[in-house]
Design a protein around this ligand. Sequence first.
Ligand SMILES: [Zn+2]
Length: 388
Amino acid sequence: MKTKKLYETDGMLFSFRANVTETRKTENGYAVILDQTAFFPEGGGQTADTGMIANARVLDVQIKDGEIWHFTDVLPDGDTVECKLDFDERFRKMQNHLGEHLLCGAIHKLYGYENVGFHLGADYMTFDISGPMTSEQIREAEILANRAVAQDVPVRCYYPENIAAFEYRAKSEKLENVSDIRIVEAEGFDRCACCAPHLDRAGKVGLIKIVDAMHYKGGMRFSALCGFSALADYDSRLSEIRKVSALLSAKPNEIARGVEMKLAEITELKKNVGALKRELTARKLASIAETDENICIFDDSMDGNMLREFATGGMQKTSAVFAVFSGTEETGYQFVIASQTVKLKAKIPAFKNALGGKCGGSDKMLFGHAEAKKETILSFFQGNQSVM
Ligand SMILES: [Zn+2]
């Protein structure tokens, strides 16, 4: 005897009594079949319900070859068991699922597009439709769906007698030739083929809000949240806005302007810092005497751009090699080596050997990261005047 699907006829049933008809040991727990169940097995894009069968926690529910298997952590005590669904999770799923029907129904009504994909978890919902939409059209569909909620239209789930002559939406043409198609109808608004449990009235969905929209495979992919999921999302966004507002000392509805002003400040500061760095580099260069020997300088106040600029000016100070290093013994040293006369690329193996790390660039300028100690690096450049 197949399990009676209580969730098909009453989506609002959250606790029930059932008889255990079969149990099996699995790798991580047990699999249980009941004579009737309100636990919805994963299917049609919706994840499985969770809850309790007597003392056993229901971790997953799957339908295999028409049998509904409840996967539990322990074996339920007794042959007749009290069962209870996780109410909050199931209720939110039903809010999101019916919200999706109402949105897809509105989009179909307004623009004729079909629903071609659907995923629903404990706190997320995405769906795909077959054509592109502008942001104004999305807004219009969202308002129409919310209107069905405001009108609190009744929702019924049933198997129509003559499905061939019946008008309804379906996710795909796969449903052709199937005689027992279950219809979920939001009265006067939408009819859709669906196997999931549903709320009995649209008003229970609460707010329907599209939170993200992207073009996808010639159509659109939407993320939407309804009811308590939408409320939680509103809470978390509001809390982020409050944090940003406090950081900017701006009113919550003026944070975009506040960020624009901060970005303009950062751009101005970067310009000033750039000018100061160039001035500092020029002063440091002016203090270096001209020589025919290698010059090797350690300066941990320099970033990559300053090192390059310093080396460009520094190689004018010597007919040999100019090298500048920035960093610490722990992190290693970022460096630039430059020369007007020595062809540097040919020296790369010698530099790598002496300095460790990486090194590359042109004949005039090499960039790299050294792992050798400061003392070793200094003595390499001082002791290799003739080699260069
Ligand atoms: Zn559905």
